[in-house]
Design a protein around this ligand. Structure first.
Ligand code: IMP
Ligand code: MG
Length: 178
């Protein structure tokens, strides 16, 4: 096991299988339409890339950098937008793609900001969800996996900027932050 990893929670094979299932649902929902994917930087990059390669409609991609975490394992509640979209989403079908729906601060803030810009539709996909940590409840249209309240690294998710490149969804070893 790599340093920093306590255990693999979801293997890359299981993630890939689930991503294909989500993509099939999205392909059905948006058949014949154009879709604008809004990837929330930085954690969602791996999920967004895997997901978009399975999509069959016309797709454009843009990025928004939002963060509700510093470099610790605790949400601060305040969400900062560090980088905004380049695309005008007015009248477009938008699917926000994020790594994890945790407290919900980030996605609810992003949703409010994007809804103000009058997209034709706005839906949300999150690779992971931690129901036990929820503070802001909202509808997430596509969820990959519900997971327990453990700190995750890998598949795009980091701890202090590290471990995003691990192919599996892993649990961070306690020795890293204690
Ligand atoms: P929320 O605003 O609390 O829902 O947190 C959302 C953001 O916090 C996610 O997009 C992640 O970037 C980060 N985050 C939440 N939980 C974890 C975790 O277990 N590992 C790594 N990052 C996390
Ligand atoms: Mg994030």
């Amino acid at each position: 096991m790599q340093n920093g990893v306590e255990r693999v929670l979801i293997s890359k094979e299981d993630v890939q299988k689930r991503v294909k299932e989500l993509a099939a649902e999205i392909n059905k929902e948006y058949a014949g339409k154009k879709l604008t994917l809004v990837c929330i930087l930085t954690g969602a990059i791996v999920f967004a890339v895997d997901l978009m390669r399975e999509l069959t409609m016309e797709v454009e991609v843009d990025f928004m950098k939002a963060s509700s975490y510093g470099s610790s394992t605790c949400s601060s509640g305040g969400v900062q937008i560090f980088q905004d979209l380049k695309t005008n989403i007015n009248g477009k079908h938008v699917l926000v793609v994020d790594d994890i729906y945790d407290t919900g601060f980030t996605l609810s803030r992003v949703k409010t900001i994007l809804e103000d810009r009058n997209p034709a539709s706005l839906k949300i996909a999150a690779c992971l969800s931690k129901p036990e940590r929820r503070i802001v409840d909202m509808k997430i249209d596509y969820i990959g996996f519900e997971i327990p309240d453990v700190f995750i690294i890998g598949y795009g998710l980091d701890y202090s900027g590290k471990y995003r490149n691990l192919p599996d969804v892993c649990v961070l070893a306690e020795s890293e932050y204690k």
